[in-house]
Design a protein. Structure first.
Length: 85
């Protein structure tokens, strides 16, 4: 029985191209992060944290404001008398 060659659909080809593009972008991003980390180490600086930077960028894109660092309450917030009077 002869095998039948089927033409590839445009949708399948577009999906494959999208996957390849995503892989290419990820590879380029990782290479850039690696080069940035190496440059920082050579300059004697602490290496950057790209994961934290990406998370901050996603939050900014979504409109979520980053939470401020936990601080000790100020004098007005520490005593209940100050809040009443």
């Amino acid at each position: 029985m002869p095998s039948k060659n089927r033409q590839q659909t445009i949708g399948k080809r577009n999906r494959e191209r999208a996957v390849e593009e995503k892989r290419r972008l990820k590879r380029e991003r990782k290479e850039a992060e690696r080069a940035e980390r190496q440059a920082a180490l050579e300059a004697g600086l602490p290496p950057p944290d790209p994961a934290a930077e990406r998370a901050a960028a996603r939050e900014a894109e979504a409109g979520i404001e980053p939470e401020p660092a936990a601080e000790a309450p100020g004098p007005a917030e520490a005593s209940p008398e100050a809040a009443q009077g």
